[in-house]
Design a binder for this molecule. Structure first.
Ligand SMILES: [Ca+2]
Ligand SMILES: [Ca+2]
Ligand SMILES: [Ca+2]
Length: 413
């Protein structure tokens, strides 16, 4: 009996490893199917993806700003590139990246911002041009460009204002009502270079009346960036402003604009003080601020919340003429990465990835070594595979480069 039982139980026991193998195969198959359906197919969250870089335009003299915006309502983000040495404004149509001229006779364009003011599905483009750093030499035209029957033909222009050294324009929804206002920051107040303590205003225009209103005179010296952000995750946006005074946060609450100084930025004395660029990012639910400091500076700085203060962590200090900055979750792990670029000697574009949950330590990876003197970079999905890509515009290199996320892990050096 024992033998026959043993004889019968033998094959049963041998079935178990087969079942285990089958179960493993099923688990592996469902795991890989789950990944193939996820936007980060074949890439484990937290591993930096490999990006394939290519030049998509050389029709730029000296690039300044890069905007990802769908200008022909086909669902694909196009690229609007500001070329500060050009007299026209042009965009590249996704996916052929064919160049179309949107406006002519707009010399020294410096900044644009897009929002669908009339609600027809194609955004209007606000444009600031005739920039010069000295107020006495700059007209600072502010216009609103609207498309005609064919978006690929030049758009019509309407003047809104003239503000010498008009340098930054952004649309913002300060009340979270789906109604945006146009903000303008001149680069300086009275003079360039600014005298110590010089105040710089931030102006607001409501669509329709387009009357200039002043919402702050708190920035100092050179106001380099104004950046509307979803500070508390609600539709009600707040504004970050980077100047020689550091970072200000502006909030429209209880019927008025309230301004607070978040950090003085670079602690060195004027004119090496403050911040140049600023972005809001997140590590999971934790907020962080990312800056370039000081003005056109050499540092990328991360500010981490610490009680009611911000802890200053310098993650890069070897840039020359730092300008390009973008923040977004490139590897799908819920923690934002940082893209930075600079225009000076030894220019390269870098990626920074937090190596601890708080964001105290960051690992640098060079994305592009010498291929572009990036003045500005944006993170956006340009080919519809739900993987975030990167696009940058070059200053002295006069090019636009697209870095497509392959979804495959980057080879370790
Ligand atoms: Ca499009
Ligand atoms: Ca990430
Ligand atoms: Ca993509």
């Amino acid at each position: 009996m024992k033998t026959s039982l043993g004889a019968r139980s033998g094959p049963r026991l041998h079935v178990l490893p087969h079942l285990r193998r089958i179960a493993r195969c099923v688990a592996l198959l469902s795991w890989s199917l789950a990944w193939s359906w996820s936007p980060h197919a074949s890439l484990r969250a937290g591993l930096l993806p490999h990006f394939e870089g290519k030049v998509i335009s050389t029709a730029v003299k000296y690039g300044y700003q890069m905007i990802a915006v769908d200008l022909n309502a086909d669902g694909k983000k196009d690229l609007l590139a500001i070329d500060e040495q050009s007299t026209e404004l042009a965009w590249l149509e996704n996916p052929s990246w064919t160049r179309h001229v949107l406006a002519t006779d707009v010399p020294r364009p410096l900044n644009a911002a897009c929002w669908d003011v009339d609600g027809d599905g194609i955004p209007e483009v606000a444009l600031a041009y005739r920039f010069e750093p000295r107020p006495s030499q700059s007209i600072g035209n502010l216009v609103l460009l609207t498309h005609g029957a064919d978006v690929r033909q030049p758009w019509t222009s309407r003047e809104i204002d003239r503000v010498p050294t008009a340098h930054r324009i952004r649309w913002m929804d300060p009340e979270g009502l789906g109604k945006k206002v146009l903000l303008l920051g001149p680069m300086v107040g009275k003079s360039f270079p600014p005298a110590e303590g010089d105040s710089v205003p931030i102006y607001l225009y409501r669509p329709g009346t387009w009357q200039r209103e002043t919402i702050s005179t708190d920035p100092r010296g050179i106001l380099h960036a104004i950046n509307p952000v979803p500070w508390d995750g609600s539709p009600r946006e707040q504004l970050l402003a980077a100047s020689y005074a550091g970072l200000h946060r502006l909030e429209f609450a209880r019927g008025q604009w309230q301004v607070s100084l978040l950090t003085p930025g670079d602690p060195r004395p004027w004119p090496l003080s403050g911040s140049s660029e600023v972005r809001l990012g997140h590590l999971e639910k934790r907020r962080l601020l990312v800056t370039i400091e000081p003005w056109h500076g050499h540092q990328v700085v991360v500010y981490l919340p610490e009680g009611d203060q911000w802890k200053r962590v310098v993650i890069e200090d070897a840039m020359e003429n730092g300008h390009g900055l973008a923040v977004g979750d490139l590897d799908g792990d819920g923690r934002d990465e940082i893209v930075s670029g600079f225009r000076g000697k030894g220019f390269h574009v870098s990626l920074f990835q937090a190596t601890d949950p708080r964001g105290v330590q960051w690992r640098k990876t060079v994305l592009d070594d010498g291929g572009i003197a990036a003045a500005d970079c944006v993170i956006e999905d340009f080919n519809g595979d739900r993987l975030p890509d990167i696009a940058c515009v070059g200053a002295s290199t006069g090019n636009i480069k697209l870095y497509l996320n392959t979804g495959k892990p980057r080879a370790q050096p």
